[in-house]
Design a protein around this ligand. Structure first.
Ligand code: ADP
Ligand code: MG
Length: 721
């Protein structure tokens, strides 16, 4: 029997205990790094590389420049200095001289470097060269233990202290694996046309090049290939899931023409009349989005579309137009909101928008009746609820608005045509159920998901890769942009409170936002309460200061919001509970306390609560003490831009993809190298290839080896294909 090239599943079936040099203690250490098999070992990628072609000699170091130096360690000492800080000093010696390395607040370095000195191992230090008492030195350089490894490029692996392994342990095991794999080579299930199109190297070369590169150029090429592998696997799973759903579901073919809804005289259809009745023309982005949705609605496959649009971009009109397409053809629409309060708000605004619109009356030749909008929440009384459910089952209710309970309770619809899920934030696992709905006849409704948290395009391809995406990237005209400023506590808060008084004096209202205290509602509530108290008796004495926080019973919350909306509360001190959906046009100013403790997206959402009327609004971001560099960067971004998509890009740059991907992706274990930020272009390329490979849904069956890899690496949820 001749064995073919080695597949990834084969590697995954080989325990690391089979490697030479892995005894029980090392095995335990590997386990702590999450490495139990050889595949996991090979995908435990280097964190950094020491490029010895860039290596300098101590004698030749130039003060003020960054340099990499290798050498042995001696003379390690440690002492306490002012302010309880520790200082560790060590000498690094190469054949040309010695360099003093000083570490502040890294007391563990003493032990580490003493061990290195005792073992006679080399270390590499990288940092800026300084001169101190006439001698060259580095302060807090990056230190990598080299051991006695040679070679032009030395890989440094991510390790945890608990593992008790060295970077050269890992390098040796990886080398051993690659050496043993060499005769057979690694299987490469990615079709050659893909590799050719993007000039990617083969698998064997890639694993060799990422772990044991001969040059940094080779490492970069290797990385590119492995990044593509990761992104392609993810996109294959997502695109496959999308295509499969489309193939397996049967939807309603909606009539989307505006001219004909069977009305006598060929008058405007329901959607046309709705749009005509609006007090404003649609934005170009709204028009484009509605026509994208119409395209989906008129096709036989059910729509699975995400509508991304910043706060105030006008998503509601688009949602209502989509649902009315269903109503126009005698079907029903459902709008699901994340909370009951939001469901109530939506119901109120949709009813107002549809005021005066009629549909043909059932069983009557010329009769017309108003479009019937119902609100279904946990709060309505049993009798009313029964009547409503009956109306839904008989088709006398046209549009229903409620929370996700709407679908979870399996409410019976006469003919549910379009479902809109207003997510505000993230479209989670639970809400994905909407994509799998079907009615008594096995037909699935068209589903539109709306989110007000813009995320960069390539991130959207990953997070929402099983959906089509429309973007409302244009705000309706005539908005006065919100001006945002940063006030450091201590030098100007008086002026801020003075501005608050001025706003209130003009009959307007102001939010004061206190941060969410993680893991402690108690502290958070206390902070909000004491802030309100302080303002009432201090800076804002004489004004009506209200309070709103998440711990209040819902009637109290309602009452607090109502008096703010009505104007009897002039200043509302609130925690982030106001982040979602609250709409008070008279609110023209927001003061955010400890603003550096909020994320970019959160601040952007919060800020969207003002600037909802005609009047110019302002947002003051207050910081206390010295914010972290990231905190400063976030605040500066908010001051500089009101564009949610632009801010989302900054957020991705600052925080990396983990936070952008959010909850749903926590279990995602295959993006080890790829970065949605660094590798944005490759996300799009991987999607393009995935679409070509999956084709009409039968495509993946032609690539069984790729499917095996998907099964190996994708988390349970992504593996759902
Ligand atoms: P979103 O849900 O995207 O945050 P909304 O749908 O609540 O935004 O719309 C915000 C406000 O803008 C509403 O008062 C709405 O009536 C108004 N609006 C929507 N579209 C337009 C438009 N094309 N021109 C002017 N105003 C608009
Ligand atoms: Mg909205």
């Amino acid at each position: 029997m001749t064995a073919g090239p080695i597949t990834l599943p084969e590697l995954a079936a080989l325990p690391v205990s089979k490697l030479r040099g892995v005894g029980p203690r090392k095995l335990d250490g590997l386990g702590k790094l999450g490495i139990t098999n050889v595949f996991e070992l090979l995908t435990h990628y280097p964190r950094r590389y020491i490029d010895r072609t860039q290596q300098a000699e101590v004698a030749g170091l130039v003060p003020g420049e960054e340099a990499l130096v290798l050498g042995g360690v001696s003379g390690v000492s440690s002492r306490r200095i002012r302010g309880g800080r520790s200082m560790v000093v060590a000498e690094l010696k190469d054949r040309s001289g010695t360099l003093r390395c000083t570490f502040f607040n890294q007391h563990w370095r003493e032990r580490q470097l003493s061990d290195v000195a005792a073992a006679g191992h080399d270390v590499a230090v990288h940092g800026k060269v300084e001169v101190f008492s006439g001698r060259r030195q580095m302060t807090n350089p990056v230190v990598d233990l080299v051991g006695d490894r040679t070679g032009r490029i030395v890989a440094v692996y991510p390790l945890s202290e608990k593992a008790g392994l060295t970077t050269w342990d890992l390098a040796e095991w990886v080398a051993q694996t690659l050496r043993r794999a060499e005769p057979r080579g690694l299987a490469d299930p990615v079709p050659t046309w893909v590799l050719d199109r993007f000039e990617l190297c083969g698998r064997s070369e890639a694993f060799e090049g990422i772990h044991r590169p001969g040059s940094m150029g080779q490492m970069v090429r290797a990385r590119q290939r492995l990044v593509m592998d990761e992104l392609l696997r993810l996109q294959l799973a997502l695109v496959h899931r999308k295509v499969e759903l489309e193939r397996s579901q049967r939807g309603i073919v909606h009539v989307v023409s505006d001219a004909d809804d069977g009305e006598p005289g060929g008058g405007r259809g329901l959607v046309g009349r709705f749009l005509d009745s609006l007090a404003f023309p649609l934005t170009t982005a709204q028009r484009r989005t509605i026509s994208e949705i119409d395209g989906d609605l008129s096709s036989a496959a059910p729509m699975h579309r995400l509508l991304q649009g910043d706060v105030g971009a006008g998503k509601t009109v688009v949602a209502v137009a989509s649902m009315l397409r269903a109503v126009q053809g005698g079907h029903q629409g459902a709008l699901m909101a994340p909370t009951e309060v939001l469901a109530e708000q939506h119901a109120a605004s949709v009813r107002e928008m549809l005021d005066g619109l009629t549909v043909p009356e059932d069983g009557s030749l010329l009769g017309e009746r108003p479009v019937k909008v119902a609100l279904l929440t946990g709060r309505i009384r049993a009798a009313e609820r029964r009547e409503l459910l009956e109306g839904l089952a008989h088709g006398t209710v046209d549009l229903v608005i409620g929370t996700h309970a709407l679908i979870q309770e399996g409410v019976d619809f006469a003919s549910l045509g379009v479902v809109v899920v207003d997510e505000q934030h993230r479209f989670g696992v639970e809400q994905r159920a909407a994509l799998r709905l079907s009615d008594r006849d096995g037909r699935s409704p068209d589903v539109l998901v709306m989110t007000a948290t813009p995320i960069p395009r390539t991130a959207a391809m990953t997070v929402y890769g099983d959906l089509d995406v429309s973007v409302l990237d244009e705000l309706p005209p005539g908005r006065t942009p919100i001006s945002t400023s940063w006030v450091a506590d201590g030098d100007g808060l008086e002026a801020t409170w003075e501005q608050v008084r001025e706003e209130v004096g003009r009959g307007r209202r102001v939010y004061v936002v206190c941060p969410l205290v993680e893991d402690s509602d108690k502290v958070e509530v206390a902070a909000a309460e004491s802030t309100a108290e302080d303002l009432r008796h201090g800076a804002l004495a004489g004004l009506e200061v209200g309070l709103l926080h998440g711990r209040m019973p819902s009637e109290e919350k309602q009452a607090a919001m109502a008096s703010f909306r009505g104007g009897s509360t002039q200043v509302l001190v609130a925690t982030t509970v106001i982040e979602v959906g609250v709409d008070v046009p008279e609110a023209t100013m927001m003061v955010v306390l400890d603003a550096d403790r909020f994320g970019i997206a959160q601040l952007h959402q919060l800020r969207g609560r003002v600037g909802r009327g005609q009047v110019a609004s302002r947002c003051v971001l207050v910081t206390d003490g010295e914010p972290s560099p990231d905190g400063v960067a976030r605040i500066e971004a908010l001051v500089a831009s009101t564009d949610g998509f632009e801010l989302a890009e900054v957020d991705l740059d600052l925080r990396g993809e983990g936070t952008v991907l959010g909850e749903r992706q926590k279990g995602r274990n295959d993006l080890k190298l790829a970065s949605l930020r660094r590798d944005r272009d490759w996300v799009a390329r991987a999607r393009e290839v995935a679409i070509e490979l999956v084709g009409d849904g039968t495509g993946l069956a032609r690539h069984p080896a790729l499917v095996e890899e998907l099964e190996l690496v994708l988390s349970d949820e992504d593996r759902d294909f």
